[in-house]
Design a protein. Structure first.
Length: 186
């Protein structure tokens, strides 16, 4: 099975993330934020994305950023509770990117001692509901939305190795897919 390269994004990846969000449809943005949003709202949100309490991951199935997953530690939770959110470009949905991002985020949460991960989605977002159920989340239905709660296992040396190997795999793929200079030019 094809493994989607997922790597942690840093502040220097901010322009890639901004471009990714500009590629999202209005429906995708509504699914992400739970309500229709204006571009100014998205820009304001993205300006604070790389804060200390947030880990951001990117999916690069074709060497370009096509999906973003966020793990945001909730204040006053003693670093044990976090929420996750995802975006995947429409043309790249149903290819396992959301599943790969969630798997990577669960591993990252586990390795940082985060015991509980929450996802909120619109009740009409069947893809997120299936993804949460696949990862054995408890689903609570509220008015118009679903809250999925995942309990992470304790970290192990194997889970740390899994996270590190995923990061190295994504970096190696990026290096191997760098464009080669055109030697005919010049």
């Amino acid at each position: 099975m094809y493994e989607v390269p997922i790597r942690r994004l840093r502040k220097y990846d901010e322009q890639k993330v901004i471009s990714h969000f500009k590629n999202l449809s209005d429906d995708a943005l509504t699914s992400r934020f739970g309500i229709p949003v204006k571009s100014e709202t998205v820009q304001t949100y993205l300006s604070g994305l790389f804060e200390n309490a947030t880990l951001v991951f990117g999916a690069f199935p074709d060497s370009r950023l096509r999906g973003v997953g966020e793990l945001r530690i909730l204040p006053d939770s003693h670093n044990q509770v976090a929420e996750v959110a995802f975006t995947v470009e429409s043309a790249w949905q149903d290819r396992g990117i959301g599943d790969a991002l969630l798997s990577r985020i669960i591993t990252a949460a586990r390795n940082r001692g985060i015991r509980e991960v929450h996802m909120l989605c619109l009740a009409t977002n069947q893809k997120m509901r299936r993804l949460a159920a696949k990862h054995k989340a408890d689903l609570d239905i509220a008015t118009g939305q679903i809250e999925a709660t995942l309990t992470t296992p304790w970290p192990t040396p194997f889970s740390v190795a899994e996270e590190l190997s995923g990061e190295y795999h994504a970096i190696a793929r990026a290096i191997l897919s760098w464009p080669t200079p055109d030697r005919r030019a010049g």
